[in-house]
Ligand binder design. Structure first.
Ligand SMILES: C[S@@+](CC[C@H](N)C(=O)[O-])C[C@H]1O[C@@H](n2cnc3c(N)ncnc32)[C@H](O)[C@@H]1O
Length: 319
């Protein structure tokens, strides 16, 4: 029998919890960044593009780019790493840059224009498209000296509210890295509004390694029943927060993080088919590397059921 009192309590409970403020007071010089973590505010070091390249010195040391080499940056983003590669070795034979995001590709086209003296080849597509794209441009296999793969989403993607990657900015719950070319790909909103509770739980657990996946999936389904579709990032943030006592907790690296971070990560990985893309990407990269070529893969990887931040550096072909 339908229990009206319970329904009412649930609706009121949701309404109260949904009003939980999303801006938390932080220490001066710290801000709540779009990935869900608390970040120290730093003066931007690069003016071109908003991405400050991660592990720059380590990556450059391993890549050790040299005159006459061919280098492939599989995740161009806003070009932070590529720019530094060229600064280190302006006389490369060729710098091939790939991204699936049309906005990143536009930046890559400008980048190629800016560094006209270098042979830059900007490519729009996914890791899976890469063999076809390289063939189209007559790049032979076993011809690339180094490959850089800096997977995940870029700060450019996080900082656009309507792309739906950000926890702190309110916008459409989308999360597709290319909403133009892959128009039939489901958005994060499609996923949370159509999957049943069990599938949602599995997804959040598998791709987000979220211990409260069961409660979060239940809250999502209850919200749908009470209010209809989940449309915005802040609706989802509030639904996830409603199953926790506090909106912040420490992550594995002991950084304070918002409790919705893992759920957002799970949806982003699922929507963009990131794990399959990654394993294909590594295969493609290795088939194009020269015998003694290097690949630097900087990615979050699942292993043994627990998520680790793996910095797999300097992997020689065949190893
Ligand atoms: C972390 S950012 C890279 C930032 C870049 N290294 C920089 O310094 O600006 C990752 C980029 O990879 C792209 N990307 C992620 N998965 C991809 C895939 N499967 N195929 C092509 N590009 C991908 C994203 O669109 C994003 O722009």
């Amino acid at each position: 029998m339908y229990n009206f009192r319970m329904h009412q309590t649930l609706v009121i409970g949701f309404c109260l919890r949904l009003q939980r403020p999303l801006n938390f007071k932080l220490l001066p010089n710290y801000r709540f960044c779009s990935t869900g973590h608390v970040c120290q505010v730093k003066k931007p070091q690069n003016t071109k593009g908003s991405h400050i390249p991660v592990m720059l010195n380590e990556i450059l040391t391993i890549l050790n780019p040299k005159e006459g080499q061919v280098i492939l940056d599989m995740t161009f983003g806003s070009g932070g790493h590529s720019r530094e590669i060229l600064r280190t070795a302006p006389q490369l034979k060729q710098l091939i840059v790939l991204d699936r995001d049309p906005l990143a590709h536009e930046i890559a086209l400008d980048f190629a224009d800016e560094f006209r003296h270098c042979k830059i080849l900007p490519l729009l597509g996914t890791f899976e498209d890469l063999p076809h794209l390289l063939q189209q441009h007559q790049v032979p296999t076993n011809s690339i000296h180094s490959v850089l793969l800096d997977a995940g989403a870029s700060s450019m993607q996080y900082s656009a509210a309507n792309r739906g990657f950000s926890l702190s900015l309110n916008g459409n719950l989308d999360m597709r890295m290319n909403e133009l070319r892959e128009a039939d790909q489901p958005t994060a909103a499609d996923v949370v509004n159509t999957l049943d509770e069990k599938s949602l739980q599995e997804l959040i657990k598998k791709y987000g390694e979220e211990k409260k996946a069961h409660d979060i999936a239940h809250a999502i389904v209850q919200f749908r029943a009470a209010f209809g579709k989940i449309v915005t990032t802040h609706q989802l943030v509030a639904i996830v927060a409603s199953v926790f006592d506090s909106p912040m907790k420490l992550d594995k690296l002991q950084r304070p993080a918002h409790v919705a971070t893992k759920t957002f990560q799970a949806l982003r990985i699922f929507v963009n088919n990131e794990l399959n893309q990654l394993s294909n990407g590594l295969l493609v990269a290795h088939s194009y590397l020269k015998e003694e070529g290097k690949s630097v893969d900087n990615k979050e990887q699942k292993s043994g059921g627990s998520e680790e931040l793996l910095k797999r550096m300097s992997m020689r072909r065949g190893h």
